[in-house]
Design a protein around this ligand. Sequence first.
Ligand code: ZN
Length: 140
Amino acid sequence: MRFWEATAGRAFVGRLATGSDLVEEIERFCAEHGITTAQVTVIGAVRHASYAYYEQDDHRYRELDSATHHEIVGFVGNISMRDGRPFLHAHATFAKEDGATVGGHLLRGCEIFAGEVMIRELGGVSLVRQPDEETGLALW
Ligand code: ZN
């Protein structure tokens, strides 16, 4: 196990623009405000959901897609640095009209209908993603 002690930094609350890309909007905001480490939550709805499942044996993502309207019923994410830029790693659960859910590792391509976002910056720690040979992932 690896842990770092962090301190509470700035806090931001906002509304994502209708029609924007969920991942790109949050990463852009973080880049513009110098946020390099943070906790991110979102509640709202999307017109289209793009997510992935990580194949642990093959070390690759299986990309999934649901081209319908969904509620964002769960969203947990963090910001850390990858390739010199703020990178959002988030997992989300999306509910369809009958309440059935899908979800996974969030990808670009989720079109926002409405989204309320909270970003809690962390200080005193620098999280940088590096390739991890054992998992095939880019980890801290
Ligand atoms: Zn993930």
